[in-house]
Ligand binder design. Sequence first.
Ligand SMILES: Cc1ncc(C[n+]2csc(CCOP(=O)(O)OP(=O)(O)O)c2C)c(N)n1
Ligand SMILES: [Mg+2]
Length: 265
Amino acid sequence: MLKAAGPDTVLVVPACCTSVIQGIYPNTAINVPVYNVAFATAAASASGMSNAFRAQGKKTNVIVYAGDGGTLDIGIQALSGAFERGTDFLYICYDNEAYGNTGMQRSSGTPLGAKTTTTPAGKTEVKKDIDAIIAAHEPPYQATACAAYPQDLFKKVQKALSIRGPTFIHVLAPCPPGWRYSTEKSVEIGKLAVKSGMWVLYEREFGNLTITAPSKAAIKKPVPLEDYLAPQGRFKGIDAKTLDILKQRVAKNLQRLAQEEAGVC
Ligand SMILES: Cc1ncc(C[n+]2csc(CCOP(=O)(O)OP(=O)(O)O)c2C)c(N)n1
Ligand SMILES: [Mg+2]
């Protein structure tokens, strides 16, 4: 993401795993200025920052980098406000499907059936569709990505930053301790999320949807959802009814996106 953005970039990071990973000043692991802000305020802080830069005639990229808890739950009001105002910034939500930094509590991004420390028997609600909520703001660009496909993510970050206005990229970020699998399987798990259709890669540019290459195969013939779920401890013991609902939702979502791309709906 930072490689695509280049050095003239400022990151706005609310409380999340990233605020730990970045390290402590002056030994930070991130080579651009990072503004750590209170959990609920990322998009509002970035709005002020972007307006200040633009007023000075500067094109500096303002990127919010926030988790699913900070985006789908606690930051959603500020996020909606910034998108409605047309703030010139890129909002990236990296989604590990729970509150990772505080011990993997469920978030509204946690999928149905997944075990977290606060849903030990599996989550009974479905994942919130933040992408549909963002789409309702009619931004000039929004996309999904996955950490297992870094070149795709690179291209999408470059494109988002080349467009003026509020842009959004939702990145699935497999999390070994939280999803309960061993670290070396991260890329494989991310690819299985896409190949099974549980995560669909696409971009919507000025309202026009394009499914990104790795997801085209999943639309034609997805791998069984069990291939994605079985290696993860968080789905261990999922009951047949929940599995069936998940499968139906995956199929419906793939169909809905394929139809949108074809202009059928
Ligand atoms: C107002 C407020 N409530 C709670 C916390 C504690 N807290 C810090 S990080 C975090 C979890 C963030 O989850 P997410 O946004 O998904 O990012 P992740 O940790 O998974 O990277 C929580 C609950 C806080 N810092 N501020
Ligand atoms: Mg998270």
